[in-house]
Design a protein around this ligand. Structure first.
Ligand SMILES: *Cc1c(COP(=O)(O)O)cnc(C)c1O
Length: 401
């Protein structure tokens, strides 16, 4: 229960932010203090069931034991090793990612947007002379640095920032004809989230990614998949591309890559990789031993606890619960699920649903105005799933009246 003293503490912390932290985020008036699995506690001692842990970063829940132990062990040995030296952990991490994806090589960085910047530079460095354009997709999201923002085909993220980086052209998600029309003799690559996350959990129409692969092959373009949100087990496969039978040339990862520790990666084939030649790109903290140990621990935990299969099972349960809700409630337009990546499209603004859930101690997200997005931990229990879905269904139904 909230005590007067704890609430005062919350107020003081929020005050400090108002004075000293750049106000570029809209924040909820809650101070989070600790987490365990799919639960978080605030400074007032209130407990929340978290269906959006760490904005997609905490795919293994809050403070998963293997990650905590790996980081605690590493932090006492070596905190940072620059990339002028070798560490065992970075090599092993790259090998493990390679073996679970398409057998290439890794470049490590610290975030999703950085991984995508690396991809953009790699595309340009690898392309034949005169080719530099990258086709990206409406509703996509690739990050907040200026290159990645330019790749993000959503005008709301561009306002006031122009001129953007040149060389991006935008196609509607799902429209192969449009992509074909946009390819010219300056095009170097197609870059896409195989399932759009921030854009509303949009699953590509049948044959779309295959079609992009064909266009890329025919025209000599690189196919880049941004799997920052969909990767590392989120969808019930290691990587979302594995659901579609389409292999990219370049893949970017971050968010859940290190079980909640900051880390990013670009994977590409051994043929393409040397285009990112020495001196052309770097990340000071990239592949540091803490991220590497956490990344390895995350992969091992997913395997040891059989979490890919569990994520698929959870996805089926979420689909059942949300489809049942759709049958009972006119506000639900569409339910889109791939593993523990869930979008519930409403016919109304989702903000009151997020607030209503929060009042009942369930944390969810709304993206694209009308899509309730859930990115729960892949080790959520079935009981937690049902408890959370009960709250979410209740809150959505209440919006009708
Ligand atoms: C979150 C996200 C990014 C940006 O990642 P950061 O770590 O915030 O830079 C890029 N691409 C996709 C698909 C994302 O979901």
């Amino acid at each position: 229960m909230a005590t007067a003293q704890a609430s005062k503490k919350t107020g003081q912390i929020i005050d400090t932010f108002a004075k000293f932290v750049v106000p570029n985020y809209r924040r909820y008036g809650i101070v989070l203090e600790r987490g365990e699995g799919s639960w978080v506690w605030d400074a007032d001692g209130q407990k929340y069931l978290d269906f959006f842990p760490g904005w997609g970063c905490n795919l293994l829940g809050h403070c998963p034991k293997p990650i905590v132990e790996a980081v605690q062990d590493q932090v006492a040995k070596l905190i940072h090793v620059p990339n002028t030296w070798y560490t065992e952990a970075q090599g092993l991490w790259a090998k493990m990612l390679s073996e679970r994806s398409f057998g290439g090589q890794a470049f490590f960085c610290n975030s999703g947007t950085e991984a995508n910047e690396a991809a953009i530079k790699l595309v340009r460095l690898h392309a034949p002379k005169g080719r530099y354009k990258i086709i990206t997709f409406e509703g996509g999201f690739h990050g907040r640095t200026l290159g990645a923002t330019s790749a993000t085909a959503q005008p709301k993220y561009h306002e006031g920032l122009g001129p953007l980086m040149a060389g991006f052209v935008y196609a509607p998600f799902g429209d192969l004809e449009a992509v074909s029309r946009l390819v010219d003799d300056e095009t170097a690559a197609i870059m896409i989230e195989p399932i759009q996350g921030e854009g509303g959990v949009n699953i590509p129409p049948d044959g779309f990614l295959q079609g992009l692969r064909s266009i890329a092959n025919d025209q000599g373009l690189l196919l880049v998949f941004d799997e920052v949100q969909t990767g590392c087990g989120r969808t019930g496969e290691w990587f979302a591309y594995q659901h579609f039978g389409v292999t990219p040339d370049v893949m970017t990862l971050a968010k859940s890559l290190c079980g909640g520790i900051a880390g990013g990666a670009l994977l590409t084939t051994a043929e393409i990789a040397p285009s990112l030649r020495p001196g052309m790109h770097a990340a000071t903290f990239g592949g540091n031993p803490i991220a590497a140990r956490a990344g390895i621990a995350a992969l091992e935990m997913i395997e040891q606890e059989n979490l890919l299969a569990h994520a698929k099972r959870l996805g089926e349960l979420f689909r059942e619960r949300m489809t049942a809700l759709q049958g009972e409630c006119d506000l639900v337009q569409e339910v889109r699920v791939q593993g523990v990546m869930i979008g519930v499209e409403l016919s109304i603004d989702g903000t009151p649903v997020v607030q209503g859930c929060m009042d009942r101690k369930l944390l969810v997200n709304c993206t694209h105005g009308t899509v309730i997005r859930l990115l729960p931990a892949m080790n959520l229990t079935e009981q937690e799933l049902h408890d959370g879905c009960d709250i979410l269904c209740e809150v959505i139904k209440e919006q009708t009246g």
